[in-house]
Ligand binder design. Structure first.
Ligand code: ATP
Ligand code: MG
Length: 494
């Protein structure tokens, strides 16, 4: 009956919790109770009286639809856990690795049906199908996460302990119905994810940052560091990264800004995309890279490889954390130093967050112009301070003026990305670094997003506008053949 996927060992004994009568809600057709059986020792003897007080008439004791649903879910969960351990007992896991999906589904369905019959649990067709799908996901994939991972409209999955799973769709973060049975279940799934990419996470090594096989970025922090249970965040990999046209269409910036950015990237200005977490920095950087000429040699350096460049001549590097003995780390800085010996035309660092800042600025200053990176900051000015701090933290003792002059000659443009309160991601400012005035780095904002109001549904009303300042680099643009019309620098009228 169980063919080659079934182990020879006998099925596990029935879980005591499941020996009880199945809940009414789970029965396709509740057993009709013969009148005679309903009588108990202290039940009224008269037939008429008994009819007057049927079970359903006791309004106070009648569970609400919501109670029933909760009970039904709990019961389904209980059955699922039991079925899962039975499946693991019954399935030949090594044969399972090579099984075809249809075959495996059929096998799981058949085992489920037999075991349900064995347990005396009666499920309606819908519950049975749900159970079978969930079990299939549990055995072969990542359990409750599976439907979220398959759903292309979900881009972020954030888990705070087993019962709180949040998802982001179209910029909106909402709590999802998905939940894990308990912390152990969540830990088992985390373990499955990280062990598949050769990593480990446990009490002595309680956090991990990894790239999954499908390219998604995965971070987990387990107890005791995660106080109320494991904390997980998954940034799903998008096969089709948002392109410049998509970003214009989604209102991330307007066409004039796109034309300006094209000129800036093509004429090899050094660009920093600044923004908060999840504000769209990597997406913007990736889209901007499309303006790089196909003939150029580009090297990318990232902690978790996310960028997908379209050019032909691209070398991708990914830093590596130390192994369990604390050895073998390859930092972004190591990659960057090495990259400088690899004759790149441009260097793209996914995110500058530490000591690699020094090599990044040096690269930008020494012939690798047109390089790009992102930093975590809330405004262009703040971005510059972040760079200064990173230099100080890297242990470089330089007078502040020298640091600033290094920054001002390395960085040409700061593009500020932001995730606004209505969930939309926009490029809220494009600022040029124009030099130094005394000890201060001088900058000028060329484009900005202006907030005008709020719709009743919470959507922000706003528009992009030029500030009226002509680009400091207009002459360069012109010389390189990107003669932008002066009208793009005109502010939007009232
Ligand atoms: N303009 C946009 N419109 C809609 N979705 C966007 C936009 N920009 C980015 N996204 C989506 O938002 C999510 C976060 O984007 P991204 O990875 O670029 O952010 P980030 O700032 O690099 O985040 P982190 O700080 O975590 O590295 C992605 O799923 C991306 O597809
Ligand atoms: Mg990023």
């Amino acid at each position: 009956m169980f063919s080659r996927y079934k182990k020879d060992a006998p099925a596990a004994p029935v879980h005591p919790a499941l020996m009880t009568e199945p809940d009414d809600a789970l029965r396709a057709q509740p057993d009709p109770k013969p009148e005679g059986n309903a009588a108990t020792a202290d039940a009224p003897k008269s037939k008429i009286q008994r009819r007057q007080a049927p079970k359903k008439a006791v309004v106070a004791a009648e569970p609400t639809a919501q109670d029933k649903e909760t009970k039904r879910r709990a019961r389904l969960d209980e059955i699922k856990t039991e079925m899962h351990s039975r499946l693991l007992d019954n399935l030949n896991l090594s044969a399972l690795e090579n099984a075809k999906e249809a075959e495996l589904r059929a096998e799981i369905n058949s085992i489920t049906n037999d075991e349900l019959a064995d347990m005396g649990a009666v499920l309606n067709r819908e519950d049975r199908t749900t159970l079978q799908t969930e079990l299939f996901d549990e055995v072969t994939g990542l359990g409750p996460l599976e439907p979220l991972l398959k759903d292309d409209t979900v881009n972020d999955i954030l888990i705070n302990g087993p019962f709180n799973v949040f998802i982001e769709r179209a910029g909106k973060l909402t709590k999802s119905e998905v939940r894990f049975k308990d912390e152990r279940h969540l830990l088992r799934i985390i373990d499955k994810i990280v062990s598949a990419v050769g990593r480990r996470v446990d009490e002595s090594n309680p956090y991990v940052d990894a790239r999954l096989k499908d390219g998604s970025r995965f971070n987990a922090m387990v107890p005791p560091v995660g106080v109320d249970g494991s904390l997980v965040s998954i940034r799903k990999f998008k096969k089709d990264k948002l392109k410049i046209d998509d970003l214009v269409e989604f209102g991330a910036f307007n066409e004039e800004m796109a034309a300006y950015l094209q000129a800036a990237v093509a004429t090899r200005l050094n660009v920093i995309v600044s923004g908060g977490t999840g504000s769209g920095k990597t997406t913007t950087l990736n889209a901007l890279s499309s303006f790089i000429d196909n003939s150029e040699r580009i090297l990318t350096i990232e902690d978790t490889a996310e960028l997908q460049l379209q050019q032909e001549h691209v070398g991708r590097m990914e830093s590596r954390p130390p192994n369990v003995e604390g050895k073998g780390a390859v930092t972004q800085r190591d990659c960057l130093r090495n990259a400088l010996r690899m004759r790149p035309d441009r260097i793209i660092v996914g995110e500058t967050r530490g000591e690699e800042v020094i090599d990044m600025l040096q690269a930008m200053n020494t012939g690798h112009d047109g390089s790009m990176t992102t930093i975590h900051a809330n405004s262009a000015r703040d971005g510059v301070s972040r760079l200064e701090n990173m230099i100080a933290m890297a242990g470089i003792e330089m007078p502040i003026k020298a640091v600033r002059s290094q920054i001002s000659s390395a960085v040409n443009l700061i593009v500020q990305a932001s995730r606004l309160q209505d969930g939309s991601r926009r490029m809220v400012s494009i600022t040029e670094v124009t030099g130094m005035e005394g000890e201060v780095i001088s900058m000028q904002e060329v484009f900005r997003y202006e907030r005008l109001g709020l719709k009743p549904d919470g959507t922000i009303i706003g528009r992009f506008t030029a500030t009226g300042v002509r680009s400091f680099y207009s002459e360069r643009f012109r010389q390189w053949g990107y003669d932008l019309p002066s009208s793009i620098y005109e502010p939007a009228g009232d």
